[in-house]
Design a binder for this molecule. Sequence first.
Ligand code: NAD
Length: 315
Amino acid sequence: MLDTQPAVHATGAKIIDGRQHAKRLREELRIEAASFQAKFGVPPKLTVILVGDDAASRLYVSNKSKACADVGIESLVIVLPASTELESLLEVIEEQNRDASVHGVLVQLPLPRHLPVHAVLERIAVEKDVDGFHLYNVGSLALGTAVFPPCTPYGVQKLLEAEGIPIAGQNVVVVGASNIVGKPTAMMLMQRDATVCICHAKTRDLAQFTILADILVVAAGRPNIIVPQMVKTGAVVIDVGINRLPNGKIVGDVDFEGVSQKASYITPVPGGVGPMTVTMLLANTITAAKRMRESQSPHLSVPSTGTSPSTSSAD
Ligand code: NAD
């Protein structure tokens, strides 16, 4: 429980309380959603499309709906059978793209194996792509002009900012190079003038890199991959990993007890980055709603939908 967790670890590291930061941000978002509703007579609206009946995905979708309701965003969940063919899914996405009352469209990942992820993600209208996974938005992120930063990296950045942790000029090491966490986190922090190194499963001698980090972001999905000897004294350690141990306990990728003794700041799991991820989805949805309503045309200066669907597979 949040209330039983000390704000400062017994041995020194300050624990970054993601639940508290998410709560404060949601209060701001609630005000923004209310003022949008007052101005335009409709609430910001998010459509979440879930294909199949994966239990974890159902839980994530339900959490997203609850979070929307919490701040005054309307949400619509469309559940399709696992056997849905690509063309039918694309038609459902197109309907949501065309619906002017919908400001954000999200397809819950992972998709059933027969569906090509990029072909699906690239069909979402870029101005409604609140997960930021469309190629256009990935490209914008690379150029430093992202409108919809991917939610988990965005949450990491917000946590660092909220704690007043400087980013410019810092050595950042990101462990994990996925398209949804590692790569965009590295890109966003590089954009904030950090010197960034990305490590992954093929990195030889991970410790030689992690020990140099002023800010260490870990997103590998491997419990205890980071132990104290791999961390510089005084480093800021952001643990993105979520792992369920055989005994049912949820842990991150970092040896929390050990590393807390060397770090200056550390995020717990649960209660660190996790609560920020959904909150940043809410922020992106409100951004999408405002941009659509406040521009002359619902289609901004970017293409409204993907052009030719790609057949490449996701990371
Ligand atoms: P992924 O499996 O797509 O990617 C994992 C990355 O870690 C890969 O680049 C891989 O090369 C690297 N990796 C794996 N083993 C490694 C090792 N031994 N040394 C160095 N690098 C290694 O995973 P993902 O989707 O990026 O998620 C990573 C973790 O973050 C998972 O635990 C996931 O559950 C969690 N996650 C948390 C949130 C959140 O909101 N907190 C959001 C998304 C993902």
